[in-house]
Design a protein around this ligand. Structure first.
Ligand SMILES: NC(=O)c1ccc[n+]([C@@H]2O[C@H](COP(=O)([O-])OP(=O)(O)OC[C@H]3O[C@@H](n4cnc5c(N)ncnc54)[C@H](OP(=O)(O)O)[C@@H]3O)[C@@H](O)[C@H]2O)c1
Length: 308
């Protein structure tokens, strides 16, 4: 009897986990021939899978990464898996605003088009500082991408209709922004949540500012994904997370689906941007939709990256 209970309980657990990990796949088969896509952090995790999927659809894919050797290896893999030769890498360190400016200069000189910008790269909750003295999460996840998008916006408008897809996380809801302390760097998980909330405000404000100009802005939660973000933590944490990830998290390919959906789907474009989860528009907590806070963050970010 005991054996029977164990088997039934295991089967139930197996199907519950399978159901929990079920993800929608992007069903829009639109091709991107002649279009150029830029993906930050495209050398691993969700970014790399997004690069494979978009290269398969014929896009020229530029992955922007900080480690040239890793990027070179990723380019070879993306080319091989997508059967496309239109994949290149360029060096970008989002933790250094000088590097972001240099990257944009080179990109605008070398690339004629920019049809889709995927702001994917991110640091998980770590207590560190960027070259410019910002907390690592806020600096890389928000400010680096803010400056990058701003400097490339002209090209996105020239290539309209174009799209900006910014990766956020559903954990945005656990924190609020403190404008007295945007550089908050106290509890690792909360620094991450705040940076991901900043991504939501950024994406919405970008959508408002580019309304009617042919650029659509999407914020995407990719789901919880079996990627390499744990490499920033201790061995013990990595081992524990491996088990948790195996049980509850989805493969990177599944995590990339909502990003791909927002990058290509006509249906998503008709909705005019917004927050997307599992290839569908999703509701945000009311405080994250506050246009006043989004505008205030935009203006503060302009000052911090010295755009105004
Ligand atoms: N994984 C999840 O469960 C999950 C859940 C919700 C949201 N997300 C979001 O999804 C996105 C992709 O996450 P992921 O899971 O694929 O993470 P990942 O595997 O850790 O990849 C992050 C990428 O960002 C790059 N990166 C980090 N710092 C950088 C910097 N200063 N300059 C340039 N690139 C930098 C990394 O490059 P290096 O390899 O050089 O470090 C890496 O390629 C992130 O925005 C994340 O917040 C992920």
């Amino acid at each position: 009897m005991y054996v029977l209970y164990t088997i039934v309980a295991s089967l139930v657990a197996f199907f519950v986990l399978k159901w929990m990990k079920k993800r929608r796949y992007c069903t829009d088969l639109k091709r991107l021939d002649g279009k150029t896509v830029l993906i930050t952090g495209g050398c691993s995790g969700v970014g790399k899978e997004t690069a494979v999927a978009l290269a398969m659809r014929g896009a020229r894919v530029v992955i922007a990464c900080r480690d040239p050797d890793k990027a070179e290896k990723a380019v070879r893999e993306i080319k091989f898996r997508s059967r496309s030769l239109l994949v290149v890498h360029m060096e970008l360190d989002l933790a250094n605003l000088r590097s972001v400016r240099d990257f944009c200069e080179t990109f605008l000189r070398q690339e004629k088009r920019l049809d889709v910008l995927v702001n994917n790269a991110a640091m998980p909750g770590v207590l560190d500082w960027t070259e410019d003295g910002f907390s690592m999460c806020f600096g890389v996840n928000h400010l680096g991408h803010f400056l990058l998008t701003d400097l490339l916006l002209g090209r996105l408008k020239e290539c309209a209709p174009s799209r900006v897809v910014t990766l956020t996380c559903s954990s945005y809801k656990y924190q609020k922004l403190d404008f007295q302390d945007l550089n908050y760097n106290l509890l690792p998980f909360f620094t991450y949540c705040r940076s991901k909330l900043a991504n939501v405000y950024f994406s919405h404000q970008l959508g408002r500012l580019t309304q009617g100009k042919g650029v659509t802005s999407y914020a995407v939660h990719p789901g919880f994904v079996q990627s390499g973000w744990t490499c920033h933590y201790s061995v013990l944490f990595r081992v524990l997370m491996r088990v948790v990830m195996w049980m509850f998290f989805v493969p990177c390919e599944a995590g990339a689906q909502t990003v791909v959906h927002c990058a290509v789907s006509d249906h998503a474009a008709k909705m005019g941007g917004g927050y997307f989860v599992d290839c569908r528009a999703a509701a945000l907590r009311p405080f994250a939709r506050d246009a006043g806070v989004a505008k205030k963050l935009w203006e503060a970010s302009e000052r911090l990256v010295k755009l105004s």
